[in-house]
Design a protein around this ligand. Structure first.
Ligand code: 1PW
Length: 227
């Protein structure tokens, strides 16, 4: 709709991609998962340039998984990078998963995306439930400290902390989530927030479902701590 168009970011696409990423057999389709992330990257970029090193990092990880998918296309024997579970089975069978040191496996790479998705999930949920007095930076860093900071070095945590200070304010945030360039008008602002909240709520649900299934798959395979 006209109302819900961001600069380039459209939350509808996040919703659609993550909803269609889950199959009836609770498989995660990697192509849809990566598409959902493509849109989330646009969202990160809309939040500002200081956050640039974060979106660059995510883009690199997305590209890596796509390269693996391209490098091992479907054959009559199967399609190794079609779903999360098929990727795990394929990489384990081929000895590509290194449990001792850093590697370039799809499993360890997607695990980083998965942890980042947790951050986004917590952050978006907090924003959806926030009120006008809440600071975006504070909500974002609470989510970061819970979901991602434990996996990051001291230096990186400091850098992320600096980046979060520069997050746009709440009104701007809802403008990004729920489009429209024109500013002002209190009434309009409130209506936008209502719409934004509803979209956020549905998006958080879709992300949560994907997150939970992914978490379970990593757990079952003992891969939650892949270096
Ligand atoms: C404002 C909303 C916040 C949601 C952000 C979601 C993306 C978070 C990505 C943080 C990336 C920080 C810079 C990169 C750090 C890498 O060292 C680290 N990557 C991640 C995604 O945590 C670990 O990857 P590595 O070094 O083991 O390949």
């Amino acid at each position: 709709s006209r109302l819900c168009r961001g600069r380039d970011f459209q939350i509808h696409r996040v919703l659609t991609a993550f909803n269609s990423a889950v199959t009836g057999e609770r498989e995660i389709l990697l192509d849809r998962y990566l598409e959902g992330w493509d849109e989330l990257v646009k969202f990160l970029e809309a939040l500002g340039t200081v956050i640039g090193f974060i979106s660059q990092e995510v883009k690199g990880k997305l590209e890596l998984v796509r390269d693996l998918r391209r490098g091992a296309p479907a054959t009559e024997k199967g399609d190794p990078y079609r779903t999360l579970r098929s990727m795990m089975a394929h990489e384990l069978r081929a000895g590509l998963v290194d449990f001792r040191r850093q590697s370039l496996s799809g499993c360890r790479t997607l695990l980083r995306l998965h942890r980042s998705l947790h951050w986004l999930q917590l952050f978006l949920r907090a924003v959806e439930r926030s009120s006008a007095v809440d600071s975006m930076g504070a909500l974002c860093s609470v989510a970061y400290n819970q979901a991602l900071a434990p996996y990051h070095s001291w230096l990186l945590r400091k850098a992320v902390g600096v980046a979060l200070v520069a997050l746009p304010d709440r009104a701007e945030f809802f403008r990004i989530v729920c489009g429209e360039e024109e500013k002002g008008e209190r009434e309009r602002e409130r209506e936008r927030e209502r719409e934004g909240r509803q979209l956020l709520e549905r998006t958080v649900l879709a992300i949560t479902r994907v997150y939970n299934i992914t978490q379970e798959a990593y757990q079952v395979n003992g891969m939650l701590d892949l270096p």
